[in-house]
Design a protein around this ligand. Structure first.
Ligand code: OGA
Ligand code: NI
Length: 341
């Protein structure tokens, strides 16, 4: 299928190609060698693949999408009651995030909702950025909403751990490498509900559903409805950039690679540059960002460096990295206080 870019034609920095074929990693397959080989090939080629037979039931997937729609269908005044807080939990209105400030005239045309790992207020961990209690819409307004989201959060983490084992093997590590407490033992995992309104994006005029970006952590598990919108750019350093639509696949996860995997693997597996274009239809998606803990020191893996191939990045503490990325891409919360006063 040939997909034309929605821009006016003045956009010379990018061209859009046909939908690429993506490998499917079947988590129910007993043939681990085949899974490792398919995953490795996908990571080296495009940094994106499908995960099928992941074990999350169709019912739960559908329920999350239903509840997602219900939340974004609430009046703005209701959604503003659970506005994003300084721990990055809750509702992000249209334009709250700007993922590619250099090329966007305003923030992303999308609404979102962040749900993290639940950490009680009195837990010493809650003193750190990103750790704390979640915020929830009232159960009277959205019955069962919290329960659905908490269940999905837990199950998605198990899927992520299963994928991380295959990634570890593909990097010649022990299968449980990423299961360490500071990585996926006690991760910073964010479930993010998203709604793109039915507007048409216009890249040539700097208008996007989500600006071009890479995700920050290890991997992202993305579930989408059947509306096209997600694009990837396989070679992020090429000019002009070539953008390809990623086909939705019902019941599957689209998995892309984050910046920490690029750092751990010394650029063997690069983080996936992607963006979202609105095509005039409303679009719902559910992203699950799989990230190490705040204190995790991310440094080049022993299997990815040599005398000829020294580490390309200095070690980084994940919380510092994430804090900076969020600061660069979200508007200051004080803006909302000023609007409301
Ligand atoms: C994201 C993202 C893609 C989508 O939230 O980081 O890239 O299809 N989402 O919503
Ligand atoms: Ni993303």
């Amino acid at each position: 299928m040939e997909k034309k870019q929605s821009g006016t034609g003045t956009d010379t920095d990018s061209v859009t190609k046909k939908v690429p074929f993506l490998n499917r990693i079947d988590l129910s397959s007993p043939d681990i060698h085949q899974s490792v080989s398919l995953l490795k090939q996908a990571c080296l080629d495009s940094g994106i693949f499908y995960v099928i037979n992941h074990g999350i039931s169709e019912e739960l997937m559908e329920e999350v999408f239903e509840q997602n729609k219900k939340f974004f269908g609430l009046p703005l005044s209701e959604k503003m009651k659970v506005l994003r807080n300084e721990k990055h939990r809750g509702y992000t209105p249209l334009f709250d995030e700007i993922l590619d400030p250099d090329n966007q005239v305003h923030g992303d045309l999308k609404e979102g909702y962040y749900i993290g790992v639940e950490v009680p207020e009195d837990d010493p961990k809650a003193e750190k950025t990103f750790y704390g209690p979640n915020v929830w819409p009232s159960d009277d307004i959205l019955p069962g909403w919290r329960h659905t989201m908490e269940k999905y959060h837990l199950e998605a983490l198990e899927v992520a751990r299963a994928i991380a084992r295959i990634i570890a093997l593909a990097l010649d590590l022990e299968a449980d490498f990423f299961d360490k407490p500071e990585i996926l033992g006690q991760p910073l995992a964010f479930l993010r509900l998203l709604k793109y309104p039915g507007q048409i994006s216009d890249p040539s005029n700097g208008l996007y559903g989500a600006g071009a970006h890479t995700d920050y952590g290890l991997i992202t598990l993305l579930a989408t409805d059947d509306v096209y919108g997600l694009q990837i750019c396989k070679d992020k350093y090429a000019q002009p950039q070539v953008w390809e639509f990623i086909a939705p696949l019902k019941g599957a996860f689209i998995v892309n690679l984050g910046d920490m995997l690029e750092r751990w693997s010394n650029c063997l597996f690069k983080s996936t540059l992607h963006r979202v274009l609105g095509n005039g239809q409303e679009r719902y998606s559910i992203a699950y960002f799989v990230e190490p803990s705040y204190d995790c020191l991310v440094e080049c893996l022993p299997t990815c460096k040599s005398a000829k191939n020294p580490p390309k990045f200095p070690p980084v503490m994940y919380g510092d990295y994430l804090g900076q990325r969020y600061k660069d891409t979200h508007i200051d919360l004080n803006v909302y206080n000023e609007l409301q006063s």
